[in-house]
Design a protein around this ligand. Structure first.
Ligand code: FES
Ligand code: FES
Length: 154
């Protein structure tokens, strides 16, 4: 049965009429047209669907409407005016850490969450923070180099 769920998405109060098993990624992409968040595996393994839920990176394919109710959600679109995320995004492109780009929004969200907590992380910590974000194109070295470089400039 469908009912109304409310949540704050990218700073805006939103109400969606969905069933309690609708996932957050479905809400974002299909109901709010926020298609920057990508769906890869759909079962919590690839990190393409990563968004911030109350500031913490989560796989939005594993979050149900009931869990998102009343919470604060930030997607890649919500980082449009975030200097750090923009710097990261530019660095990803400049350093060749983007190929097909499918993993990139999730990588940027996870990287931003990391740098918010730890502005100058070690490579080890970067690797750990991105361990849930898979990239089938680049290998991870360029991505880790990019985040390390961006953190030094920040
Ligand atoms: S689509 Fe959510 S983790 Fe892969
Ligand atoms: S750039 Fe293609 S999956 Fe990462």
């Amino acid at each position: 049965m469908k009912k109304n769920y409310q949540m704050r998405v990218n700073g805006k109060e939103e109400t969606v009429n969905v069933s309690d098993t609708t996932t957050l990624i479905e809400i974002l992409r299909d109901h709010l047209q926020l298609t920057g968040t990508k769906e890869g595996c759909g079962k919590g393994e690839c990190g393409a669907c990563t968004v911030l839920l109350n500031g913490e990176p989560v796989n939005s394919c594993l979050v149900f409407a009931t869990q998102a109710e009343g919470q604060e959600v930030i997607t890649i679109e919500g980082l449009e005016f975030d200097n750090q995320a923009n710097r990261l995004q530019q660095a990803f492109v400049q350093e060749g850490a983007v190929q097909c780009g499918y993993c990139t929004p999730g990588m940027i969200i996870s990287s931003k969450a990391l740098l918010d907590k730890d502005p100058h992380p070690s490579r080890e910590i970067i690797r750990e923070a991105l361990s849930g974000n898979l990239c089938r194109c680049t290998g991870y070295t360029k991505i880790i180099d990019t985040i390390e470089k961006a953190s030094k400039e920040g």
